[in-house]
Design a protein around this ligand. Sequence first.
Ligand SMILES: [Fe+2]
Length: 507
Amino acid sequence: MLQAAGGITFLASLQELALAAGSMPSTPMATSVEPLAGPAKLFPVFTALPYLQPGASSKLVENQEEITIAWQTDAVPMNFTLSYGENDFSEVATIVSHLRTVGYRREKDKRINYFATLDGLKLNRRYKYRVEMEGERVVEGFFTTRKPKGVKTRFVAFGDNSNGDISDRAIAFQAFKAKPDFVMNTGDLVYADGLENEYARLFFPVYNADEAGPRLGAPLMRAVPLYTVMANHDINGRDASGKPVVDFDEHHDVLGYFTNLHLPLNGPTRLNNPTPLKGAQERIDAFAIVVGTKFPRMANYSFEYGDAFFLCIDSNTYVDPTDSALQAWIERELKGSDSIWKFVVYHHPAFNVGKEHYRQQHMRVLAPIFERNGVDFVLNGHEHNYQRTRPIKFKPTDESRAKVTGTSDRLVPGEFTVDRNFDGKSKTKADGVVHIVTGAGGHILYDPEMNDSAAARLRPEDNNVDYVDVMVSDRHSLTVFEVDGRKLKLRQIDEWGQLLDEVVYQK
Ligand SMILES: [Fe+2]
């Protein structure tokens, strides 16, 4: 029932390999027992089992599809090979590896990050792959490439997860159960500082678990690719004036977004407000070697999947969304898409009525660009609950606070036009953009008391316009999208698999 579009099988345990090499006894060694004769052969511990990443592909082009397979071990160097193919293992991928300094509360640990990019692939095809270590098969797996236009797709969206709570595991399980083609995470993928060791402790064991279960998580990351966006918990420090920055002095392994993930690389090459860095130059240099051209470019990107187009934007406080170069890139990307459905994804919601982050409204200034270029949905996180707006149009009347970077008080007042006709059942044509906060992905919930109060969702700053149609804030949940040509179904599912919201959009 739970078979997904990809998966892996471990073919040999490391203990078996060690036994084959004659270095490890089959029973635990007592301290008085002499070690076995011969040179000891060390085998690494996998700190992350092979996981799928979308790689650099953005537009859907037959025979130019990519998938990246990555894994991590502790610092025992090994010779790995990765072979793959549709029917056999005749192709061999180039494996890139980097030694990393990581550590939980100390910086003594070393780890090796491996990845291999499989390119020149066909669309909507199942490929198998095999990983060998020192000539021994250790993993066999398979994955399915992206679906072309005209083919039905299903994806899940959620954010603000991987904090170590049991709810992370429940949401991972529900996401896997939905049998998605891919995961669209809305940011704050890993708490609290986006460190590589936080990915290893809190993210991979849950989202790349060996077995699926509500209290276990799921083998999701080895089954389908995951996309995400840069969010506030991907950065970890402050500069002298108190503005958020990435602080390499605090941690070697910050910005795991760029070192662990392999996302499309078609964003702007130069940004006027890139992710700010501080710290010892040698640490920044070590990071630069690992990420190459991914930093800072991978903070913004776009991709197609089936009949949907996705524009993923960094919305952190250092970003000035009134910047003309950024706006020109956004407009060009949206205009250049002929997909039926257009999604924009960023972390900080422009339209939300929660109490936690209501004043971080800087992304509101982009609403007119989205509206005139046919955007259907904006997906956000940051607020740890579910909020779905009615289809809305918004005209900013004062953008001055949106230009003030580095702060969390960026109110953008303006005029709303709300489509009250749409009901998602018999009236399914939306006149406006639907903004969805789906940040109930695992971390502690915000504003549970607002769940049953439509009145609490009215904001005097917004002239009490009731633009949020549905809000569920008393339970964790995720969004399941089904794109079927000109029909799109949205379902919100809670951590126990119960349906919270269901609407259909039709074009
Ligand atoms: Fe956040």
